[in-house]
Design a protein around this ligand. Structure first.
Ligand code: F6R
Length: 331
């Protein structure tokens, strides 16, 4: 359906996208990327995590910390909400964490209001906004001029520290890894050039414990470089995508990335996928001594590819005006 039911096309004002061909704006975005390493020192913490289950609400960039946490944490059931409604099981023994950078995202507010009614313990993570009207605890994010998706470190830090996912020492290791990538991201630029020249659609094949990072790459390609991208992960993709790789239309239109798998069985699957389907996979090796260092390295690597691609396309990586216009028209 192209337009709202009952409305004629002529009554619907189209949104005209005006690309901001201003590279100095893009410089700002580089600063946003470089700020990630500092963000991890943010000391916002959830006071009490002693609940039976954890439900995390958040959309887009603000949904990402919950997704990453979900993949790393397996002590208690975790359920993600990226919509208006919450699951029926939410109750007084639920720790309900609402993440919205602006604090004004309607889906997250709707879900949070329902969780309040169910008597869940609510923790909000935001810069303020309407969200702080609801809930029991509020973690207020530093009011830096960053895009929500660039604030991933601030939003993720409370999860990492409150649930003991990693130590302070491990986070210091992350600083070094990110700093190196900030200083030298030439390899990422080269990938961006290949994608740009071939007008390719990136396909990212993740694998545990970095399946979510593949999805993060997809969303960064979408929002920063303004192109479609697709993410899936091993071993699931061997049960569907792999079949498509044998007969898809326009296979040349895709640019395949895969993360070097952590597990032997998955390594074997990756090699076989490439061999059986005759597909060139560009394999990215995560640098780092532990899972958390590798996770941030991979995530930042993808940030830089999408950033360089936006520059090559003459677009402002920061700009998500069509998304903001959508929010304005829905209000
Ligand atoms: C923008 C971005 C978006 C927002 C999303 C939700 O940088 O990443 O995906 O995160 O539209 O808005 P907030 O974060 O304000 O709840």
């Amino acid at each position: 359906m192209a337009i709202e039911m009952g409305r004629k096309k002529s009554e619907v004002a189209a949104y005209t996208y005006k690309p901001m061909r201003n590279t100095s704006v893009n410089m700002d975005f580089k600063h946003e990327l470089e700020s990630l390493k500092e963000q991890l020192t943010f000391n916002g913490r959830i006071k009490d995590t002693n609940y039976d289950n954890i439900v995390i609400a958040g959309m887009g960039g603000s949904g990402m910390p919950g997704r990453i946490f979900h993949e790393l944490y397996s002590e208690k059931p975790v359920y993600l909400v990226d919509d208006y409604h919450i699951p029926n099981f939410v109750g007084p023994r639920t720790l309900f964490i609402s993440v919205s950078n602006s604090g004004n995202t309607e889906e997250t507010i709707s879900a949070t209001k329902q969780a309040v009614e169910k008597g869940a313990h609510i923790v909000t993570i935001s810069k303020g906004g309407e969200l702080v009207k609801y809930g029991d605890e509020h973690i207020i994010l530093p009011k830096k001029n960053l895009q929500p998706r660039s604030s991933i470190g601030y939003m993720l830090a409370p999860f990492l520290s409150s649930f003991g996912i990693c130590t302070q020492k491990e986070l210091l290791g992350v600083y070094k890894i990110l700093d190196e990538l900030d200083k030298d991201n030439e390899e990422c630029k080269q990938y961006a050039v290949e994608i740009f020249k071939g007008e390719k659609i990136p396909v990212i094949q993740g694998s545990a414990p970095f399946k979510t990072v593949a999805y993060r790459w997809k969303t960064q390609f979408n929002e920063n470089a303004k192109i479609f991208a697709y993410a899936n992960s091993f071993p699931e993709l061997n049960h569907n995508d792999t079949v498509a790789l044998t007969h898809t239309y326009n296979k040349k239109a895709f640019f395949f990335f895969a993360f070097n798998p952590q597990y032997e069985r998955i390594k074997k699957r990756l090699a076989l996928t490439s061999e059986l389907t005759n597909t060139e996979l560009h394999v990215i090796d995560a640098k780092g001594k532990n899972t958390i260092e590798k996770l941030f390295y991979l995530m930042h690597y993808g940030d830089y590819i999408s950033y360089h691609l936006s520059k090559l396309r003459g677009l402002d990586a920061k700009d998500i005006s069509v998304s903001l216009e959508m929010k304005r028209r829905l209000a």
